[in-house]
Design a protein around this ligand. Structure first.
Ligand code: HEM
Length: 151
């Protein structure tokens, strides 16, 4: 995981050995453990169902390119957790703080984002340990994305 060894919040994620530069992790990964691509896509589709109904979040998203947004978030998450590195092949280094700079991410937006993500994570029915692993990351990452105190 050389491309995204840096995660929001400045922490370092564990190094993941890949079979090729952008290939899958060579050793067992969280990605595989929880069911691979299908699980992450299910998570993100569920998440966006919530976002579409959200008066704070939905105006920020590209209405005509919802499928693109679904693919970008799914691709990022699968790469982060040890799946294929397709996201960085297509989008380059994640640089998530920078990519969120155009949006007003205040505490309210973070709370809304996390509430839809919580519902989506619940829908996966993961083991308590896997749930806590995934949720701990999403919670910290969402906090790291906040870029304004403006209401
Ligand atoms: C805290 C509240 C957040 C808000 C309001 C927010 C909002 C947005 C918006 C409006 C976009 C543009 C949609 C698109 O065209 O792809 C976006 C993209 C994205 N977000 Fe967030 N986001 C938040 C948190 C997060 C977190 C915690 C993560 C990672 C765990 C994340 C990962 C991404 C990724 C990977 C993209 C696509 C970047 C790209 O390649 O262009 N976001 N976000």
């Amino acid at each position: 995981m050389t491309e995204n060894a840096e995660i929001p919040g400045g922490q370092k994620s564990p190094i993941i050995l890949r079979v090729t530069e952008h290939g899958e992790a060579a050793t067992g990964s969280f990605y595989e453990k929880v069911g691979g691509r299908a699980t992450f896509e299910r998570l993100v589709r569920h998440f966006y169902e919530g976002v579409r109904t959200d008066p704070v979040l939905w105006p920020m998203y590209p209405e005509q390119d919802l499928e693109g947004a679904i693919q970008r978030l799914t691709g990022f998450l699968e790469q982060y957790w040890g799946g294929p590195g397709t996201y960085s092949e297509q989008r380059g280094h994640p640089r998530l703080r920078m990519r969120h700079a155009p949006f007003k991410v205040n505490q309210q937006a973070r709370d809304h984002w996390l509430s839809h993500m919580r519902t989506a994570v619940d829908s996966l029915g993961l083991s308590p340990l896997d749930d806590a692993t995934l949720w701990g990351y999403l919670d910290r990452a969402a906090q790291a994305m906040v870029n304004t105190f403006e209401e």
